[in-house]
Ligand binder design. Sequence first.
Ligand SMILES: [Mg+2]
Length: 267
Amino acid sequence: MQDIEYMTDETLKDIKLIVFDVDGVLVPRGTNIKQSGNITTLETKKIADKQIEQIRDIYDRGFLINISSGRSLFMLQDMFRKILPFVSITYENGSATWYKGKVIQHFNSYKHLEEVYPLLLKVRHENIKGFEPKEFIITIHATSRVPEIEKILGKFNQLYCIWNGEAYDIGVKNLQTKGVGLQRITRFFKLTKKNVMAIGDNYNDIELLSRAGIPVSADKERVAGVFYVPLGGEYLPADQLMSQILKVTSSFDLEFVVMNSANDAYV
Ligand SMILES: [Mg+2]
């Protein structure tokens, strides 16, 4: 794996679509959730103004942008309201994609999760913080692992149960992944794998990165890539990646700015 500072315009020559994971990449990790009885409280994070600017600039350089998350669509729309015209959103681990107000569903998980859902709802454990509202996958937040949840899922071979340090994501193996979602939208935009760069930091990004011509890891301990962004830096991984892309694709604009300021000097 190479540090992204070695990424050049040559690296980007075939790239037309850039895919961003959300938590730990575009916004800091962590979802605040509280559930008591029928009341669920969820804190929404907003994307920072700097990242909005960067995404607009990347879009202006001619790249398509896809946001791919395990989160639900309504939360993602709320987080990314200011850049909805410039992006497509693939949500709930590749289950569906929102693009210009339309939803394209990639997988129907209903029959697959119907049996396990009520069993999970019955689990009582002090570690459990709550079920995050989702349509196609099941996400259970917890302070740490819950053995009973893992025991139940052990009986469902066709389902995955990914513990990411703050929640379990439960869905259908190989069919309901960010990788499948990316494969579908790559085809939707009439592109191939070599046209895609993707960045992610967590276990549910492994399939996503495997479907990208240029995978970028935002956490070397959890996922592998051709490039990596050093973890724990001052800036978010997406910030660092976009800065690098803008740096190596900006020569024309820089000349333009220099010419303009030269003209200003004569006035
Ligand atoms: Mg993440």
